[in-house]
Design a protein around this ligand. Structure first.
Ligand SMILES: [Fe+2]
Ligand SMILES: [Fe+2]
Length: 394
C-alpha cells in the first residue's frame, strides 16, 4: 500500500488488531472447551463453562468489530483510489471469526444441555421426537415401595448425593414404563406374536417395580419420599412412529434395548459387586437380572423385525451398525448433579453401589464391541439362512 494517509493507517491498525484479537480469543476458547471436556472436577467444569460462554460472546463482538473496522478501512482506501481487496479480506475474516463464536457458543451450550440429560439409569430410554424425556418430581409416596438402606456412617453430602442419584434413576425407570407401553402398542400394530407382546408387558411391569424400588432407596438415603409429576406430552406425542413401523421398531430396539439396556445390566451388575449395603445390593441384583432380560427381548424383537420387515429393516440395521459408536454414552452422573456428587465421599459412594464414570466408560466400550459382534452375527446368520433356503429351492 502506497498511501501514508493517517486515517487509513489508523483504520488498518485497528482492523488488524481486532482481527488478531478475534482469532486469539477463538483459539483460547477452543482450549477452554477441551479443558472442560477433560476435566473431572464438577466445580471446575462449571467455571470453565462460564468462561467458555463469555469468551464465545467476546469472540462474536470482536469479529463484528473487525467487520466494521474492515469496511471503514476499505472505504478510506477507495477514497484514495487504492485497492479495497486487503481491507475486504480482513472484513471477511471478521465475519468468519464472529460466525465461529456463534457456532462454537451454541454448540457448547447444546453439548452441556445434552450432558445434563445423559446421566445413566436402569431403564429403557423414553424418546419423544428424538428427545429423551422423564417425569419431574414432586413430594409424595405413591411410587415408593421397598426396604430402606442403612445410612449408618454416611455424612450429609454423601446421603444427599445418593438420594439425588436414586431419584434420577427412579425418574428414568418411570419413563421406561411408557417406553415399553409404546413398544407393546407398536408390536400389536404390526401383528407381532403373543409371546413378544407378553414379554414386553412383563418388562413394563418390571420397570414399574424398579421405579418403586429406586424411590424407596432415595427415601432411605434422603429421609423423605418423592413421586412423579404428570407427563401431558404423552397425550399428544406418545406413539411417535413415522415411516416403516418395522424399521422404527428395529432401530429403537437396537439402540435402546440391545445396546443401552444390556449396558444398564452390565453397570448394575458391576455396581452390585461393589455394593456393601445389603438392601441396595439386592435392588441392584434385581435390576441387573431384569435389564438383561429386557435386552434379550430387544434382540428377539430385532429378529422378528428382520423376518417380517424384510430388506428395509436389514438395510436400516446395516446403516445403524456403522453409527452405533456415535450414540452418546450415558454417564454415571447427569450434568446438573455433578457438583452434588463431587462433594460426596467417593469411597462411601462405591460401598453403596455407585461406581465412578471411568468404570462406566470401560463397561460401555466392552458392551459396544459385543453389540457390534452380535448384530453382525444376526445379520450374517440371516443371510446364511436365506442362502441355504435358496440353495434348497434350486
Ligand atoms: Fe429395562
Ligand atoms: Fe429398569
Amino acid at each position: 500500500m502506497a498511501t501514508t494517509d493517517a486515517s487509513i493507517l489508523r483504520a488498518r491498525t485497528v482492523t488488524r488488531a481486532l482481527l488478531l484479537a478475534t482469532f486469539v480469543i477463538g483459539a483460547l476458547n477452543a482450549a477452554v472447551y477441551f479443558a472442560g471436556v477433560l476435566q473431572a472436577n464438577a466445580n471446575a467444569v462449571g467455571i470453565l463453562f462460564v468462561l467458555f460462554i463469555g469468551l464465545a460472546a467476546l469472540q462474536v463482538l470482536l469479529g463484528l468489530g473487525t467487520v466494521i473496522a474492515g469496511v471503514v478501512y476499505g472505504l478510506r482506501m477507495r477514497r484514495e483510489g487504492e485497492s479495497m481487496a486487503t481491507a475486504m479480506g480482513m472484513a471477511f475474516l471478521g465475519v468468519a471469526g464472529a460466525a465461529g463464536g456463534v457456532v462454537g457458543g451454541v454448540g457448547g451450550v447444546g453439548l452441556v444441555a445434552l450432558a445434563a440429560g445423559m446421566g445413566g439409569a436402569w431403564g429403557r430410554p423414553l424418546r419423544i421426537r428424538g428427545r429423551v424425556r422423564h417425569p419431574e418430581l414432586r413430594a409424595g409416596s405413591d411410587w415408593t415401595e421397598g426396604d430402606r438402606p442403612s445410612v449408618e456412617g454416611l455424612d450429609a453430602p454423601t446421603c444427599a448425593a445418593l438420594e439425588a442419584l436414586w431419584l434420577h434413576d427412579a425418574q428414568k425407570e418411570h419413563a421406561s414404563v411408557p417406553a415399553f407401553a409404546r413398544v407393546a402398542w407398536t408390536l400389536i400394530a404390526v401383528g407381532a406374536p403373543a409371546e413378544l407382546v407378553t414379554r414386553t408387558f412383563t418388562a413394563a411391569q418390571e420397570e414399574i417395580a424398579h421405579t418403586r424400588l429406586c424411590f424407596a432407596l432415595a427415601a432411605g438415603y434422603g429421609g423423605r419420599s418423592h413421586s412423579v409429576e404428570s407427563m401431558p406430552e404423552l397425550l399428544v406425542q406418545g406413539l411417535d412412529v413415522r415411516g416403516d413401523a418395522f424399521v422404527h421398531l428395529a432401530l429403537e430396539s437396537l439402540n435402546d434395548g440391545c445396546l443401552l439396556e444390556d449396558y444398564n445390566a452390565d453397570v448394575a451388575a458391576a455396581c452390585r459387586d461393589a455394593c456393601e449395603e445389603p438392601v441396595t445390593g439386592a435392588v441392584l441384583a434385581c435390576i441387573a437380572r431384569e435389564e438383561r432380560d429386557h435386552a434379550e427381548l430387544s434382540w428377539s424383537i430385532l429378529d422378528f423385525c428382520l423376518a417380517r420387515g424384510g430388506q428395509p429393516v436389514r438395510d436400516a440395521l446395516l446403516d445403524a451398525a456403522g453409527k452405533l459408536g456415535s450414540i452418546p454414552r450415558p454417564t454415571a452422573v447427569s450434568g446438573e448433579k455433578l457438583a452434588l456428587v463431587a462433594r460426596a465421599d467417593a469411597a462411601a459412594l462405591r460401598a453403596h453401589g455407585r461406581l465412578p464414570d471411568t468404570e462406566w466408560a470401560r463397561i460401555y466400550t466392552e458392551r459396544l464391541g459385543r453389540t457390534h459382534v452380535r448384530l453382525a452375527e444376526l445379520l450374517g446368520h440371516r443371510d446364511a439362512r436365506r442362502a441355504s433356503v435358496a440353495d434348497a429351492a434350486a
